[in-house]
Ligand binder design. Structure first.
Ligand code: GLC
Length: 664
């Protein structure tokens, strides 16, 4: 049962697609109290054992209790435990206990979720303005609530099947030779791979929808050269459009009035990678259509996927911010260095992503001027929507790969997300795992982290362990930052260990794709918290480092340095499968309960539930070369599995022949 309450005059975020009649919001929703004194505050009491799920891409646990989270899309590459805001804003939570209730706060600006932080038994959600929709969803279980919510917000994005292959990325590849080197590194070592990602250096001076003239002459031919190797090139697109006379995207945008403007009507200027840029006003329908149409430049040259970045939008500094800082510093220079209070230097840091800047520009939405900070969390969502809507026109019958850094619920219909600039830290393997079910609750199914870590220097063991988790995440991509240790898998000793892990991914692609498609087509979750599947099991409720995958399996990655294995909790009897290098695997039935399982650095652990089985195929160099005609079934004797399979490109999902029954 869903109830929708309206408070004040909400901005239409279009997160929800189902039409429901809204009731006038009062101070009592039947669940929790609302105060309209200072803005809006929802509060309710939590029982000692209540669990709070949700918030999508957020810090800390699967159970969000005990901390304070702020939906305020932020370009912050230091995901330490104390951080409250990351790149996305996913304002959906489920309180699970005696009663199960889902709450969605459809509000596009900064909103605070104090989940037992100020007072351990109080959940309080507050925002500055009482203009929002509140959806209250009741259901028989957390999963039931999630499914109702997902139906409200529309079908999750479905990528092409090749997107379930492995992808290599690194910030710093510049020339065709750099890309050829990566392709060769994989192919020479017989390691499967489907994608190489193109970071900002492929562009001319970081200008969107351009190619570096010196390095990428005859680009369509190069795209085909890679395709012959079974590899797709996936370029990045950034939010900011470089301010430069003679650059058509800039000139057109100015001429048509499609960039975000200051109060006085001039274009707002923000420095990002290209230097000074303007932000396309993707909240304005016409500007969105215009910007989306620009992706055609690369699609026409054979490109089949993109990643959208810097779309919080990230601002290194604004003209206004820089001028104010210079003014302050000039004052100190005159007085002499000793006069500078050290904390004043923090202002240099404070230049980037400053809340003041987000108040300095406006969107034009249906003819109305809207200040950016009031709708801040919708920017990345609408940039990706621009692309998604354009793809429908440019290639209506074909799926393209698309994922974004920043997002709001609703964007899950147009693309996936990657979880941004993590670090080569062991703790970030665990954070990666914990985010997955929370993201699925909010509709984001095509997701993954930068495997091996983006910032900081990776080590061989960390990359192996992280990739062993990445085997199961729909987006499996190794990406790293300029200046860090190179972490393409062939950079490390004993490359065969990495080959074994990536081959395991490819052996599982038919199964993982099938589970993904079932989740997408049924508004279901690909990854579920254990308590969703074993609600009566009090141990399962507390498990934060294992998650359920589809209806058949459980994953429990090793995420500790120098560990030879890990403890695992089995809520029922399961088959413990360990994929070893060279296509082999071991299997052992383990009884319900706690176990210590040994997992070597080159092994991938998977647990198959009692009475279930999954298909395995032979690896190939890329997804489209996998032979899925006679899968080997692994699991319990007599078990059946329904495999979903389609051409992986077109959008005809509902055909009965897409389903095939397989038996162990
Ligand atoms: C941002 C992105 C990262 C990318 C870099 C350069 O930090 O999050 O993935 O490599 O920009 O484009």
């Amino acid at each position: 049962m869903v109830r929708k309450y309206v408070y004040g005059e909400p901005f239409e975020t279009e997160a929800v697609v189902e039409k429901i009649k809204a009731e006038q919001g009062t101070e009592d929703t039947g669940f929790g109290r609302i105060s309209l004194k200072n803005g809006f505050t929802f509060s309710c009491q939590m029982a000692l054992d209540d669990i709070v799920y949700g918030l999508g891409e957020a810090n800390r646990g699967i159970n969000k209790r005990g901390y304070c989270y702020i939906s305020d899309c932020s370009d912050d590459p230091n995901h330490t435990e104390d951080k409250r805001s990351l790149y996305g804003a996913h304002n959906f939570i489920v309180i699970s206990g005696e009663k199960n209730v889902g709450l969605f706060f459809d509000y596009p600006a900064k909103i605070v979720f104090d989940i037992g932080y100020t007072r351990s038994d109080i959940l309080a959600v507050s925002c500055e303005e009482a203009d929002l929709y509140l959806y209250v969803i009741e259901g028989e279980s957390p999963l039931d609530i999630v499914k109702q919510f997902r139906k409200l917000t529309g079908r999750s994005y479905i990528p092409p099947k090749f997107a379930f292959g492995f992808g290599q990325s690194r910030w710093g590849y510049k020339t065709k030779e750099d890309y050829r080197k990566v392709a060769k590194g994989y192919r020479k070592n017989n390691i499967p791979m489907d994608m190489i990602y193109m970071d900002i250096d492929y562009m001319q001076d970081f200008k969107d929808f351009t190619l570096n003239e010196e390095n990428f002459d005859n680009f369509p031919e190069f795209v085909q050269e890679m395709r012959k190797e079974g590899i797709r090139l996936i370029p990045i697109i950034d939010a900011g459009v470089k301010v430069e006379e003679g650059y058509p995207v800039y000139e057109e945008g100015v001429e048509k009035g499609y960039f975000c403007k200051r109060e006085d009507g001039s274009e707002f200027v923000a420095a990002v990678w290209p230097g000074y840029t303007h932000f396309p006003d993707v909240l304005n329908k016409d500007a969105r259509k215009w910007f989306g149409g620009k992706y055609r430049f690369l699609i026409d040259q054979g490109i089949e996927g993109f990643w959208n970045d810097m779309n919080e939008p990230a601002i290194f500094y604004s003209q206004e911010g820089m001028e104010a800082l210079m003014e302050t510093l000039r004052g100190y220079v005159e007085k002499g260095v000793e006069a500078i209070p050290i904390w004043e230097l923090d202002k240099v840091q404070g230049l980037s992503n400053s809340p003041d800047d987000y108040k300095r520009f406006y969107h034009c939405v249906d003819g109305k001027k809207v200040r950016h900070d009031k709708v801040h969390n919708l920017y990345g969502c609408n940039m990706t929507r621009a692309a998604g809507e354009a793809f429908e026109e440019i290639v209506p019958d074909k799926r393209l790969l698309m994922f974004s850094r920043s997002s709001y619920i609703g964007m899950h219909r147009y693309g996936g997300i990657w979880t941004g600039d993590n670090k080569s830290w062991w703790s970030h393997i665990l954070l990666n795992l914990k985010m997955m079910p929370s993201l699925n609750m909010c509709g984001f199914l095509y997701t993954g982290a930068d495997l091996g870590g983006f910032g900081a220097d990776a080590t061989r063991d960390l990359v192996l362990r992280w990739m062993a988790l990445g085997v199961f995440t729909p987006l499996m991509r190794n990406h790293s930052a300029l200046g860090t240790r190179e972490q393409e898998v062939y950079q490390f000793e004993r490359v065969e260990d990495f080959r074994g892990i990536i081959e395991t991914r490819y052996r599982l692609v038919p199964y993982l794709y099938s589970e993904y498609m079932k989740a997408a087509l049924n508004d279901d979750m690909y990854f579920r918290p254990m308590a969703f599947v074993y609600p009566e099991d009090s141990f399962a409720a507390n498990v934060e480092d294992q998650v359920m995958l589809g209806d058949e399996a459980m994953i429990a990655p090793v995420y500790t340095q120098n560990a030879k294995g890990r403890y695992v909790y089995l809520p029922e009897r399961m088959l413990f499968v360990k994929f070893t290098g060279e296509g082999g695997y071991t299997q052992e039935v383990l009884e319900k309960g706690h176990h210590y399982v040994e997992v070597a650095l080159n092994e991938v652990p998977l647990f198959i539930r009692e009475g279930k089985c999954i298909p395995l195929v032979k690896p190939a160099r890329c997804v489209e070369e996998l032979d899925t005609s006679h899968p080997e079934m692994v699991g319990f004797e007599g078990a059946e599995y329904v495999l979903y399979e389609d051409d992986g490109v077109s959008k005809d999902y509902e055909k009965a022949e897409n389903y095939r029954k397989l038996k162990r």
